[in-house]
Write a protein that binds this ligand. Structure first.
Ligand SMILES: Nc1ncnc2c1ncn2[C@@H]1O[C@H](COP(=O)(O)OP(=O)(O)O)[C@@H](O)[C@H]1O
Ligand SMILES: [Mg+2]
Length: 260
């Protein structure tokens, strides 16, 4: 089992798009995958076009009720399972002021054996939820558009990751940067892309997510590019990210092993 937290302290860097599409890509190759939406603004849940009436359990239950994963009724979407977020998570943060509150998600996930991969989508701000997600993770994926603010946010996230590993999560194996929404013809993208590779070396994933209109379109209608635009750059690039994860980070999928 692997827990991948997708984070960057700057907004609009492709965190939610990346969470959805790596989950879908891994699911397609046999990794049973759950996304936890831990962003109080709930954009991922909103993008997946979930009907409120279909929701039984939400990520708030992990904090409010101390629920175990097996107690929860997650949503079974075509591309992955989802523990959605609805209003209330943001307000509840005021009650999470004790040190053990940072470890809730890790505790919940410690003994789960339902999923091969759990992907946690996070908000941009540093909050008790982002810390929970970083403390529960064995892998961090930091999507970064090669532009000043996004790179700055990624570097701050990297500093937070080092602190989290030192103080609270020695099990954090790796943090990787993923260049997203990259426009090859933009000089600034080439310059910041080079800067990231020079500074962080093999921590920057080989795959680059190119700008892809289909990625922006599907996120408004509750699907993924793997369902509707299989030939798009988005589908090709996120499949390649999943390949890299499988080669370098993830243990084999249980299903894959059983099938083989
Ligand atoms: N590779 C891409 N090509 C085109 N648009 C993208 C790409 N990645 C993300 N976007 C768009 O950029 C915006 C921000 O992406 P999002 O994933 O919501 O970022 P975050 O979760 O970091 O705030 C969204 O409108 C999304 O559709
Ligand atoms: Mg988001």
């Amino acid at each position: 089992m692997s827990v991948i937290t997708v984070c960057n302290h700057k907004g609009g860097t492709g965190k939610t798009t990346t969470s959805i599409h790596i989950a879908a890509a891994l699911n397609l190759v046999g990794y049973k995958t759950l996304i936890m939406d831990l962003d109080p603004q709930a954009f991922l849940t909103c993008m997946m076009d979930v009907e409120t009436a279909d929701i039984s359990s939400t990520s708030l239950d992990l904090f409010r009720l101390g629920s175990r994963l097996s107690d929860l009724e997650v949503l079974k979407l075509p591309s992955f399972d989802l523990l959605p977020c609805t209003g209330g998570l943001g307000h509840f943060a005021r009650k999470l002021t004790q040190a053990p509150d940072m470890f809730r998600v890790r505790e919940v996930l410690q003994d789960q054996n339902i999923y091969d991969t759990i992907i946690i989508d996070t908000a941009a701000a540093v909050s008790v939820y982002v810390l929970n997600a970083m403390i529960a993770a064995d892998t961090l994926m930091i999507p970064v558009t090669p532009e000043l603010q996004s790179v700055h946010g990624a570097e701050q996230t990297w500093d937070t990751a080092k602190e989290v590993r030192k103080k609270w999560n020695p099990g954090l194996k790796t943090a990787m940067f993923l260049l997203t929404n990259v426009h090859g013809r933009k000089k600034v993208h080439r310059q910041y892309g080079q800067y990231m590779r020079k500074t962080y070396g093999n921590l920057v994933m080989d795959t680059v997510i190119r700008t892809c209109a289909s990625l922006a379109v599907v996120c408004q209608n509750g699907t993924t590019v793997f369902e509707t635009y299989l030939d798009s750059r988005g589908a090709i690039d996120y499949s390649s990210v999943a390949d890299e994860l499988i080669r370098h980070v993830l243990p084999p999928a249980k299903l894959g092993l059983e099938g083989g």
